[in-house]
Design a protein around this ligand. Structure first.
Ligand code: S3P
Length: 738
């Protein structure tokens, strides 16, 4: 199928609350031309006059072409509406809907269309309100709400992509899951609660004369029954359409209610306490997920305003503990036998995510005021099943490493992530873990949620990694360690070797040389103490900025200088940068040094393909440096950047182009014609919530002509909480806009 044009024509059928809100948001963001159609006479025309749609249509006059159709009608009306639409559908029309039951929509489509077209991808925004009518349409209804797509085996990736873009452009966080899983999940989390609310309010209303009982009802009743004010017709549709899934959870709930009734009757306090205790812990976890989602989205939405500086950057700084080493240290400490103590543990969100996941798996972890983390290791067989899915936020390292650990456990687990993480490829760990006989399932687009079932016993592995990836090799080594099997891994290119170094320090039987890593069947290791060095990737921000701003001279103290992380310094040395290392020491097998950086004029460079894995997280900074160097630089072999927190090739090329850089993407190579220190311009750029991209734009702004506003860059503070303070002390010009 052909991909829809840059500005597709989207037909929205049904201008109720959801349809009209989606139309309004699309119209305002101007990413699509929106055509509105509604069964009720005059509604579409009125929506046009209110600016909710660009064009109004009716079925008899539907002669205008469209690329995408969104069915925003009640679930039981999907079939009849599709029948009316059928004559206008082309082979490549993208078809989706917003219904809260997916199985019934698929069945209706099959009945009307026969073989399902490749453009058909059912969808469901998890957003709504009790109000209705065009006037209630809210353009921000989907902002930071989930949109679930349920691609079918017949759905094309292009159609999924078109819909993903449309929903993302109205602020939704897009995730995918199967039709059956969607209907099960929604039956439990939405449909059953509505049924209970309707039923409870009805019971009480019938019991109480003149409904006077409601006058005495307090907050608990109000919270529990708010949804009983929802549209009865719509909910009648939902229950008829999702009969099996709702009945199954309803029957289980009825049985559980009977247990409670019996416990009350027989005065069995212990039963009540244990049910309530389990429920409270689950609800506390849920509250935490909600608030961390809220925190993350609030953070992400902040803007950084970075402006050109007048004088050089000067001073000394100590950056937070290394993120990669912290992830590995805390996982290995949790799986060790006995207590461990980690000093200088990374203080960013991602490390916190791994820490919280391990707590949910039954590991006691204390963090004192100095940031020292004490872990009561449970041994590699001592983890306990979590009582609900493990939320991995934005952290792919947490997700992939923990998937390795959990594949070797005798219980099931589910790993979920935020919208960005839910788009990132997870088949890179699934394929080799399955080769070890792990039972690991992904969503249809090979992304999270990851569901892991207990496997009989994992098998030894001999595997060539298709890409240079420290996360993949670490996930496999952790699975091997936990299950005591041997493995041989051949790397596709060099990548950070913190895991190998740490395992060797802990006495695990690992060897690594020339890109080949072998692990013999491991025995249990003991708890350990560890000082974690400063994070080179955060130090790199200051190194790049000081190299760029004339008159700069600064020192970054006690940074990890493991050669597998220093690709940036090698490339910068070729470009003429002045960075000196001194005060070497060793912290648990990791080399550490102070870095002194002075401003230096830069020249262009070429060819980083074979060492791309050693530069990986620092490419955004390197691209910025290249814009200011003399001559044309070319960075090839950087395809992996597409799979990071954002597609970093796209976000960097777009942002630097906005700032006036001459940067071009040729296949998977980036070509930058440097401006020989001619400043970049200012402007508004969007880092898409990616902290490394945001920090690269902060660096770019230090020598720009005008300020740079970096949208969605609040995650910088999650990744490097002291950044604003450190930047101020060193002389940067950067402020956080709330
Ligand atoms: C990391 C490995 C790299 C890197 C990421 C952290 C790790 O990812 O980009 O920030 O800690 O193992 P890949 O292994 O996917 O390249």
């Amino acid at each position: 199928m052909t991909i829809s044009p840059a500005k597709p024509r989207v037909l929205i059928v049904g201008l109720g609350m959801i349809g009209a809100s989606f139309a309004k948001a699309l119209c305002l963001s101007q990413v699509a031309t929106v055509i509105g159609l509604d069964a009720q006479v005059g509604v579409a025309e009125k929506a046009r006059s209110m600016g909710i749609v660009d064009e109004a249509a009716t079925f008899p006059t539907l002669t205008t072409p469209f690329d995408v159709v969104i069915l925003a009608v009640p679930v039981l009306a999907m079939g009849p509406v599709l029948t009316q639409l059928k004559p206008w559908l082309k082979a490549d029309t993208v078809i989706s809907d917003v219904g809260s039951v997916k199985g019934a929509v698929v069945a209706a489509a099959r009945e009307v269309l026969g073989d399902l077209p490749s453009g058909f991808v059912p969808g469901h925004p998890i957003a709504g309100a009790e109000r209705s009518g065009l006037a209630a349409a809210k353009s921000d209804l989907f902002d930071h709400h989930l949109l679930i797509l349920t691609p079918l085996p017949s759905s094309s990736p292009e159609a999924v992509q078109v819909l993903t873009r449309l929903w993302q452009s109205v602020g939704a966080d897009v995730v995918t899951m199967s039709v059956a899983r969607h209907d099960e999940v929604l039956a439990a989390t939405s449909h059953l609660p509505h049924l209970l609310a309707f039923s409870l309010v009805d019971t009480l209303a019938r019991e109480s004369e003149n409904r006077e009982i409601f006058r005495y009802a307090a907050g608990g009743f109000r919270d529990f029954t708010r949804i009983a004010a929802s549209d009865p017709t719509m909910w009648h549709d939902v229950f008829l359409a999702n009969r099996d899934a709702t009945l199954s959870i309803l029957r289980r709930f009825q049985a559980d209610l009977d247990v409670l009734a019996e416990a009350i009757e027989n005065q069995e306090g212990a039963t009540l306490k244990s049910v309530f205790g389990r429920a409270k812990s689950a609800r506390d976890y849920f509250t935490e997920i909600l608030s961390s989602r809220q925190r993350h989205s609030d953070d992400t939405r902040k803007n950084l305003i970075a402006a050109p500086v007048r004088a050089g950057l000067k001073g000394e700084v100590t950056v937070p503990g290394d993120r990669s080493i912290s992830h590995r240290a805390i996982i290995l400490a949790a799986l060790a036998e006995g207590p461990s103590e980690l000093r200088g543990f990374g203080n960013g969100h991602d490390n916190r995510t791994t820490l919280e996941a391990l707590r949910k798996l039954g590991v006691c972890i204390d963090v004192d005021d100095s940031g020292c983390v004490r872990v009561a290791g449970v041994g590699r067989q001592g983890l306990k099943p979590a009582d609900s899915p493990l939320y991995m936020g934005n952290s792919a390292t947490s997700m992939r490493l923990m998937a390795g650990v959990l594949s070797a456990q005798p219980f099931s687990s589910e790993l979920i992530g935020d919208a960005s993480l839910s788009q990132r490829p997870m088949d890179r760990i699934q394929v080799p873990l399955q080769a070890m006989a792990a039972r690991i399932e992904l969503a249809p687009r090979k992304t999270a949620p990851i569901v892991i079932h207990p496997a009989e016993a994992l098998k030894p592995l001999d595997y060539s990694l298709p890409m240079a990836s420290a996360q993949v090799k670490t996930a496999l080594l952790l699975a091997g360690l936990c299950s005591g099997v041997s493995m041989r891994l051949q790397e596709a290119g060099p990548s950070r070797n913190h895991t190998e170094l740490m395992l060797a320090e802990l006495g695990c039987p690992v060897q690594f040389d020339q890109g080949v890593i072998t692990l013999a069947p491991a025995r249990q290791w003991a708890g350990f103490e560890r000082d974690i060095p400063g994070d080179f990737s955060l130090a790199a921000v200051h190194i790049a900025a000081a190299s760029l701003v004339p008159g700069s001279e600064l020192n970054v103290l006690q940074v990890g200088v493991n050669p597998t992380r220093l690709g940036l310094l090698d490339v910068m040395a070729r470009m003429g940068a002045r960075v000196q290392l001194s005060n070497y020491c060793d912290l648990g097998g990791e080399p550490v040094a102070d870095l002194q950086v002075n401003y230096a004029p830069l020249v262009a460079t070429d060819g980083t393909a074979d060492v791309a894995g050693l530069v990986i997280d620092e490419y955004p900074l390197l691209f910025v440096l290249a814009t200011q160097a003399k001559g044309a630089s070319r960075f090839s072999g950087v395809r992996e950047l597409r799979y990071k927190e954002t597609d970093r090739l796209k976000t960097m090329v777009e942002g630097l182009t906005t700032l006036g850089a001459d940067i071009e993407l040729k296949g998977d190579a980036v070509i930058i014609r440097g401006q020989n220190a001619r400043p970049l311009d200012g402007g508004i750029v969007d880092c898409g919530g990616d902290h490394r991209v945001a920090l690269a734009f902060v660096v770019a702004a230090q020598t720009a002509l005008r300020p740079v506003i970096i949208r969605n860059s609040g995650r910088v503070l999650g990744a490097y909480p002291d950044f604003a303070e450190h930047a101020l002390a060193l002389g940067y010009s950067v402020t956080v806009e709330d």
